[in-house]
Design a protein around this ligand. Structure first.
Ligand code: F0G
Length: 419
């Protein structure tokens, strides 16, 4: 595999982060002619039966399709070995019939970031980096902190003060990172990080092409779990747009390799107050940054770094971009809970997006749909608790300190309903 600029095509050195010629984001390129699809399928499948740490990782199991790495340098927590669940309540809610959740919240640090972080941190270790840095709305921070701890690398994260959930902050501190809670939003934090010298510190935001290589493996794992049958649609939340770029790249490579016979359409869903990419998709032109507002803090991003890559992927897939309100996200999140699955607020943008795409006819009632859940329900307990005391549509009430008599009445009521 070789590294080149995703914008001007210039070849790039393996340790750089941005194109020397034009400043664009870099991307790895794979030569599909070098592989045999049947052989790859068999190799990937056989690795699922071994106890080797690399084989148990849903990233390194696909290592032929990744930048080469010596096993001794791999930093893994067995990431991206994630379930695909059928989504009955979600399907009903969206008036659809064939819907599944790809639950990337079932990762070691409980978000999809781990799939990319194993690749980025392994590269950092291999090149002898001593410090890793990122800007984050919380999940990248937690993931980086964990993988840096495993690698013996010092971790420094920049987060918006008061802008990340308590659980994400707690994880990040537990894993030993130094946290700078800056007076500014995510976009400001990323600006500061991008200005650092990549020769001195490993910058592991999704502008790092190794992150994208790891995250594209979520597309491979999904397709493999479906016996290499492509869905009609993949719907996912969009913030900085690294993940949309990664899924698009993974699907394109799987198609070019002959692992699947068509490309899934990709729908990217943004929160209405943080939707510069949805506006760009509608109106054309270049991305116009916004000052982001949304209660889905993970995707509170106004100047997404990977918009050009993501736009290319959405267009190549015949997909779309839309936005949904915070209330729609909140209700959709409660419905994901009713499936016995659960997710954090940003993740539920995918179900809210499906509902909107069914309502306007973009997605058909029989279409085969995969919703990406990017983070675990326990990532933001305060948000969930607030929803259930808000009187919102799908709120579930607590009966506070009932007397013995009213407790008996409640038991009678509930058991009567269940009988
Ligand atoms: N969902 C969750 C739970 C996230 O944490 C993020 C991004 C996204 C979706 C959007 O993914 O940025 O690749 O488009 N979180 C980053 C962070 C920004 O710092 O944790 P994206």
């Amino acid at each position: 595999m070789h590294l080149a600029c995703s914008e001007c095509g210039a070849a790039a050195d393996l340790d750089t982060l941005f194109c020397d010629a034009c400043g664009g984001l870099l991307a790895f390129e794979l030569d599909p002619a070098a592989f045999d699809a049947a052989q790859l399928r068999q190799t990937f499948s056989e690795r699922r039966r071994t106890n080797d740490a690399l084989d148990q990782s849903g990233v390194w199991r696909f290592r032929e399709l990744l930048p080469a790495r010596a096993p001794a340098d791999v930093v893994t927590l067995r990431e991206n070995a994630v379930p695909l669940y059928d989504a009955r309540a979600g399907a009903d809610y969206a008036s659809a019939t064939r819907v599944a959740y790809l639950h990337l919240g079932m990762n070691p640090t409980a978000s999809f970031k781990d799939a990319g972080m194993t690749a980025a941190m392994s590269h950092a270790k291999a090149r002898g980096a001593r410090v890793a840095v990122c800007a984050s709305t919380g999940n990248t921070a937690a993931s980086m902190a964990a993988y840096a701890a495993r690698a013996g690398i010092t971790a420094l994260v920049l987060v918006p003060a008061g802008g990340i959930s308590e659980a994400k902050m707690a994880q990040t501190l537990d894993y030993g990172a130094t946290v700078a809670a800056i007076d500014g939003d995510f976009d400001r934090a990323l600006e500061v990080v991008r200005a650092l010298d990549p020769a001195r510190v490993a910058i592991v935001n999704s502008v790092n092409p190794y992150r994208i290589e790891g995250q594209k493996c979520a597309a491979f794992a999904l397709l493999e779990a479906r016996d290499w049958r492509a869905p009609d649609w993949l719907i996912l939340p969009g913030g900085n747009l690294g993940n949309s770029s990664a899924f698009g790249k993974g699907f394109r490579e799987a198609f070019a390799l002959g692992l699947i016979d068509r490309l899934p359409r990709i729908a990217v869903v943004q929160a209405a107050g943080a939707a510069p990419f949805a506006r760009l998709f509608r109106d054309g032109g270049d991305l116009v940054p916004v000052r982001a507002h949304t209660t889905a803090t993970a995707i509170k991003i106004g100047a997404p770094a990977s918009w050009r890559k993501a736009l290319g992927e959405v267009r190549a897939s015949g997909g779309t971009v839309l936005d949904v309100s915070d209330d729609e996200i909140a209700d959709a999140r409660a419905i994901v809970g009713r499936d016995g699955v659960g997710c954090e607020p940003a993740s539920a943008a995918s179900l809210a997006g499906l509902r909107a795409l069914r309502a306007n006819g973009t997605v058909g009632s029989d279409d085969d749909v995969v919703l990406v859940l990017t983070g675990h329900v326990l990532k933001d307990g305060a948000y969930a608790a607030a929803y259930h005391t808000s009187g919102a549509r799908f709120a579930n009430k607590i009966h506070p300190t009932p007397s013995d008599e009213s407790l008996r009445a409640l038991i009678d009521e509930v058991t009567a309903v269940r009988a």
